[in-house]
Design a protein around this ligand. Structure first.
Ligand SMILES: O=c1[nH]cnc2c1ncn2[C@H]1C[C@H](O)[C@@H](CO)O1
Ligand SMILES: [Zn+2]
Length: 354
């Protein structure tokens, strides 16, 4: 598949962090405006490289340290709006037609914004970005609670309050080791009581037990990463595979895995593209979606993730269409909107490539 076709192909991303995807030049400008002096360099190109290298540590904890620099410049209404609008533009320029973009509102209150003001600013930015792209992209927000703090119930309540206004669901992120998702059970109970969607980062730094807890104790509808579900799968010498009860449950219930290959290589969740479990999981029938995680921090885009997968596994347009349709089927959107995207945008977009 040629790069121009990959760029042109309609894409959907379910797992993309707002604070992990800023333009380097924007970070530098915003840092000057707000007086943040902590940046490692003021050269945009060097800053982009710095993030990717610093995050390329083999540890999720070190990967997450880099977000201090992006969050530092996302503390005002104007900066949040700008970053969100640029996010929508950059995704659309990469051929993304539907995006769920997540961020943790509690990380944007250093200069006095309320949680509602943070959410309103980001939503205004997404609407502006959609407008600038002539409606080529639809963006929804997911509000993230951080695993290591105790504000998840508050963020779950915020999600319910803003659900009719651009917020599609909730997520839990942050360091996985020592912070099991069940610690946030009151948040998940609140969301379920209000029929709200949520996904949970699990099976990235911790194994299958974390995925089990996320799905069976907390009730996650999708799993962020989830690649360590392979702990519950035995592959025999003849290539056949035996699924444990958890792996079978996830596959058989079509629980989407939000797979982010490049991020996994950086945090040590996978060794290299060629041995990334995405291909095994796909062949076994899991519902796989392909995602960026953090475009700046992982130095990636949806098109680059497609390219890496094409090189590693020979995937062509039919597989990317499958991933894209899977993503929209698992999107936190009303069914008629999902059907419309699939029938009117994604299927015709791939048909035009053939
Ligand atoms: O892949 C990830 N795993 C766990 N936490 C993550 C990942 N990528 C970003 N985050 C964190 C850092 C951000 O500040 C936060 C909200 O977007 O979510
Ligand atoms: Zn993530």
């Amino acid at each position: 598949m040629h790069l121009s076709d990959i760029l042109r192909a309609p894409k959907a991303v379910l797992h993309d962090h707002l604070d992990g995807g800023l333009r380097p030049a924007t970070i530098i400008e915003l840092a000057r405006e707000c007086g943040y002096r902590g940046l490692p360099t003021e050269d945009p190109e060097a800053l982009g490289v710095w993030f990717r290298d610093a995050a390329d540590s083999g540890s999720l904890e070190r990967y997450l340290e880099t977000f201090a620099h992006t969050c530092a410049v996302m503390q005002t209404r104007e900066s949040l709006e700008r970053v969100a609008a640029e996010c929508a533009e950059d995704l659309a320029a990469d051929g993304v037609v539907y995006a769920e973009v997540r961020y943790a509102p509690e990380q944007h209150q250093e200069r006095g914004l309320t949680l509602d003001e943070v959410v309103d600013a980001v939503n205004a930015g997404f609407r502006e970005g959609e407008r600038r792209t002539g409606g080529r992209i639809t963006v929804r927000a997911l509000l993230t609670g951080m695993r290591h703090t105790d504000r998840s119930l508050e963020i779950a309540e915020l999600t319910v309050a803003h659900r009719e206004r651009g917020v599609a669901g909730f997520d839990i992120a942050g360091g996985e080791i020592g912070n099991p998702p069940a610690r946030h059970l009151p948040a998940f109970q609140h969301l379920r009581r209000h029929n709200c969607h949520f996904t949970i980062h699990a099976g990235e730094a911790v194994g299958a037990e974390s995925i089990h807890e996320a799905v069976q104790i907390c009730g996650a509808e999708r799993i962020g990463h989830g690649v360590r579900i392979t702990d519950d799968i035995t592959v025999h010498d003849d290539g056949s595979a035996a699924l444990g009860h958890l792996a079978a449950y996830i596959r058989d219930n079509r629980i989407a895995l939000e797979v982010c290959p490049t991020s996994n290589l950086q945090t040590g969740a996978a060794k290299d593209y060629a041995t990334h479990p995405i291909d095994l999981l796909r062949r076994l029938g899991f519902r796989i979606t392909l995602n960026t995680d953090n475009r700046l921090v992982s130095g990636t885009t949806m098109s680059r993730e497609f390219q890496h997968m094409a090189e590693a596994f020979g995937y062509g347009p039919e597989v990317f269409e499958e991933f894209t349709v899977a993503a929209v089927e698992s999107a936190f959107l009303p069914l008629p909107e999902r059907r419309r995207l699939i029938d009117e945008v994604i299927r015709p977009g791939y048909a035009a490539l053939r």
